[in-house]
Design a protein around this ligand. Structure first.
Ligand code: NAP
Length: 242
C-alpha cells in the first residue's frame, strides 16, 4: 500500500452547488476521485483548501472526520483559515477525536498576515504549519534584479505575478535584501526560506520551482536558519517601511 501527501486545492469536481468549497459531498467525492486517479488506498494528509463562507464549520470538519474514519486519510489539515477559524476547527476536530495535524498558510517576508493571531493559535494548539509561497512568487529571489527574464513567472501570461508588480521601488527593496543575504553567505531565495524556518512554529516550507537548479539552491537554505537581531531588524525596516 502506498501513501503520499495530497494537497486538495479547490479542485472543481462536478457541476452544481456541491462541486467546490467545503460541503461533505464535495470533500468526500473529490478525495474519492483523487484516490482513484492516483491508484491509492489513502493519503497521509488531506487538507481543506479554504473556509467555506456558506457552510457551517461543523459540516466541513465532520467531512474531514468521516474521511479519517473511513481510512482514506491518516491526518487532516486546513489552508487559508484565519486565526479564529483555525481555533474553532481545532475545537470541533478535538471533540471528534480527529488528528488535526497541520495548517498551510501563505507566509513570507513580505506577506505577514499570519503574525496577527494565527501563529499564536499554533502555539496554543500545537498544530504544525507549512508556509506556501515562501518566495512571494519569485520576487524574493535575485532573478528580477536585472530586469524580467523571459522564462520567469512575471513574463508569463495567466500567472498570479503580473510584471507591473515589479516596480523600481520594489527592486530597490529586493536589492537591499539581497545585500543582507550575500553578507550571510546565502542567495536571497535561501535567506527568504531560512527567515520562515527560524520560527519553530513554522514546521516546514512548501517550495515551488520551475527548474532543478532552483530546487538545489533552495534546499541549501537549511545550512543557515539563524538570524541576528540586527539582521531581522534590517529586514523589517526594508520591507515594512514605505
Ligand atoms: N494552499 C494554497 O492555497 C496554495 C496556494 C498557492 C500555492 N500553494 C502551493 O505552494 C507551492 C509554492 O507556491 P509558489 O509557487 O507560489 O511559491 P513561491 O515560493 O512564492 O514561488 C515559486 C517560484 O519562484 C521562483 N523560484 C523558486 N526558487 C527560485 C530560486 N532559487 N531562484 C530564483 N527563482 C526561484 C520560480 O518561479 P519562475 O517560474 O519565475 O522560475 C518558482 O516557480 C505551490 O506549488 C502550491 O503547491 C498553495
Amino acid at each position: 500500500m502506498n501513501s503520499l501527501f495530497l494537497q486538495k486545492r479547490g479542485t472543481i469536481c462536478g457541476r452544481g452547488p456541491y462541486g467546490n468549497w467545503g460541503s461533505r459531498k464535495y470533500l468526500i467525492s473529490s478525495l474519492d476521485q483523487s484516490l482513484r486517479r492516483m491508484k491509492l488506498d489513502y493519503v497521509d494528509i488531506f487538507y481543506h483548501h479554504r473556509p467555506d463562507p456558506n457552510m457551517p464549520l461543523e459540516e466541513t470538519m465532520g467531512a474531514l472526520d468521516q474521511i479519517v474514519r473511513q481510512g482514506k486519510a491518516l491526518y487532516v489539515g486546513v489552508s487559508n483559515y484565519k486565526a479564529e477559524e483555525t481555533q474553532q476547527a481545532a475545537k470541533i476536530l478535538k471533540e471528534q477525536g480527529t488528528p488535526f495535524l497541520i495548517h498551510q498558510p501563505r507566509y513570507n517576508m513580505m506577506d505577514r498576515w499570519v503574525e496577527d493571531g494565527l501563529l499564536d493559535v499554533f502555539t496554543k494548539t500545537g498544530i504544525g504549519s507549512i508556509a506556501f509561497s515562501p518566495l512571494e512568487q519569485g520576487i524574493l529571489t535575485s532573478k528580477y534584479l536585472g530586469g524580467i527574464p523571459e522564462d520567469s513567472r512575471a513574463a508569463k501570461k495567466g500567472t498570479y505575478l503580473d510584471s507591473s508588480k515589479i516596480t523600481p521601488e520594489l527592486i530597490s527593496k529586493i536589492k537591499a535584501l539581497n545585500e543582507i543575504a550575500v553578507k550571510r553567505g546565502q542567495s536571497l531565495a535561501q535567506m527568504a526560506i531560512a527567515w520562515l524556518l527560524k520560527d519553530e512554529r513554522i514546521t516546514s516550507v512548501l517550495i515551488g520551482v520551475s527548474k532543478v537548479s532552483q530546487l538545489k539552491d533552495n534546499l541549501e537554505a537549511l545550512n543557515n536558519i539563524k538570524f541576528t537581531k540586527t539582521e531581522l531588524n534590517m529586514i523589517d525596516k526594508i520591507i515594512l517601511e514605505k
